[in-house]
Design a protein around this ligand. Structure first.
Ligand SMILES: [Zn+2]
Length: 438
């Protein structure tokens, strides 16, 4: 790490080059793509599908900051969750400016309804006055939050309980307890570790606390909780809607859109399979009424976005793939071109962490959208399954929703609601500054 204002010299580079280790490294490195234009996979014309009349977009946001002046370094974060319901019929009927395709922002607002919630969570060294450690406080806070939030008729805690039904055993969350296989119970019952007596909370089933290392920033834990809220919001709404005739009609007319990959990473990866299984159960309830569940996401960054952009480059940027086309990569395409496998992940890509599969869409207005689409009817790995049944509807819905430079309108709208303004959020955390003499 350089000191401020210190310029790095070339001595170290020369010393490395002199040893010949760079040539040796190059010769031993596995062969990779050499920079020549990529061969273009078979992009197909967008099939005829039914665009959904509503989009429910879900997006979480978080910021994490030290509290100024607090010693030892004490940190806290804010986590928010936003939901926006967009009337796409109304949206597409709005007049657009000829050059930018933009619509009047005030009219745009009239096409949507939104709701936002948020909370504050403890980070490194943020112990509670009654002696609870930061980790203990974090566990209790996220558990309480899940009990308090609901969009449908059940709390997020009840939704989580349903998802964890086959994964209720965790190691005891107490740092100094070695008991394995303690059982997580539902929101209404309380269990204890039989060895140390620690109350086991429902949120412990997410195992986010296992990453809560009291000597490091807890930003990763806060982000995992944000991801959890996004997933639970989706499932909470779907589980509610599927129960009634009116709700199922609403599902038939709606695309549910998340931000990022349709996946659950790290300790909460257990949710990926649980969500897939629950989507399958919901799809079965819809089958008699010939309704296709449409759950998708927009991916804004990462290897798929970079690869799509690279494919579209030669001979000039953004022009190689014709407008109005899509490509559904399978597992071998992903492994050969986008995410290499390895000894740690020898199986098919995405098998354990994803509940959706990637789609590259070049919209009619020439935006590149990387989407993920849930495929409840197929068994994982989804990239080895037949094309999803909801594919045509997903493309028909997403296609007209590309805006600006490769942006996905529903996510831009929900982000505008959920995003925590950095300045205001930071001010809120700074307001925790300890008062002198208190
Ligand atoms: Zn214990």
């Amino acid at each position: 790490m350089p000191y401020l204002d210190e310029r790095a010299g070339l001595a170290s580079i020369l010393a490395i080059a002199k040893r010949g280790v760079v040539d040796e490294f190059r010769n031993r490195l596995v062969e990779r793509h050499d920079g020549t234009p990529l061969s273009l996979p078979a992009f197909e014309a967008i099939p005829h599908g039914r665009a959904r009349q509503h989009v429910v977009a879900i997006d979480g946001s978080n910021i994490y900051e030290p509290i100024p002046g607090a010693l030892p370094c004490t940190e806290a974060g804010l986590v928010s969750l936003g939901i926006v319901v967009i009337d796409t019929v109304k949206l597409f009927s709005l007049p657009r400016l000829p050059a930018s395709h933009a619509v009047n922002p005030r009219e745009l607002k009239d096409t949507e309804k939104g709701q936002v919630m948020g909370t504050m969570l403890p980070g490194r060294n943020a112990a509670r006055r009654d002696g609870a450690s930061p980790r203990q406080w974090f566990r209790e806070m996220i558990d309480r939050e899940l009990r308090d939030v609901r969009f449908g008729d059940e709390s997020f805690a009840e939704t989580l309980e349903a998802l964890l039904v086959n994964n209720r055993k965790i190691s005891c969350p107490a740092v100094d307890c070695t008991k394995r296989q303690v059982v997580v119970t539902g929101p209404d019952a309380m269990s204890e570790c039989p060895a140390c007596g620690l109350p086991i909370l429902l949120a412990d089933g997410l195992r986010i606390h296992e990453q809560f290392d009291e000597t490091k920033p807890a930003v990763e834990c806060h982000s995992r909780f944000r991801d959890t809220l996004e997933i639970l919001a989706l499932m909470n709404i779907l589980r509610y809607l599927v129960k009634t005739r009116e709700g199922r009609d609403a599902i038939a007319n709606t695309a549910f859109v998340l931000d990022g990959s349709l996946a659950a990473f790290g300790t909460i990866a257990v949710l990926a399979r649980a969500v897939h299984d629950e989507l399958r159960r919901i799809q079965k309830c819809l089958h008699g009424e010939r309704i296709e569940l449409l759950v998708m996401s927009g991916v804004k960054s990462g290897p798929f976005v970079e690869h799509f952009s690279e494919l579209d480059r030669a001979p000039e940027p953004d022009r190689r793939i014709p407008a109005g086309r899509y490509y559904l990569p399978d597992n071998s395409y992903v492994r050969e071109n986008i995410v290499a496998g390895g000894p740690d992940e020898p199986g098919p890509w995405s098998e354990l962490t994803y509940f959706g599969r990637p789609i590259f869409l070049k919209t009619v207005q020439d935006q590149r959208l990387v989407l993920n689409l849930a495929q409840p009817e197929a068994d994982p790995p989804l990239t080895e399954a037949l094309p999803p049944r909801a594919l045509a509807d997903a493309l028909a819905t997403a296609g007209p929703l590309g805006v600006g430079a490769h942006q996905f309108q529903p996510l831009r709208r929900v982000h505008a609601q959920a995003a925590i303004p950095l300045r205001a959020g930071t001010d809120l955390i700074r307001s925790l500054v300890p008062r002198v003499g208190s």
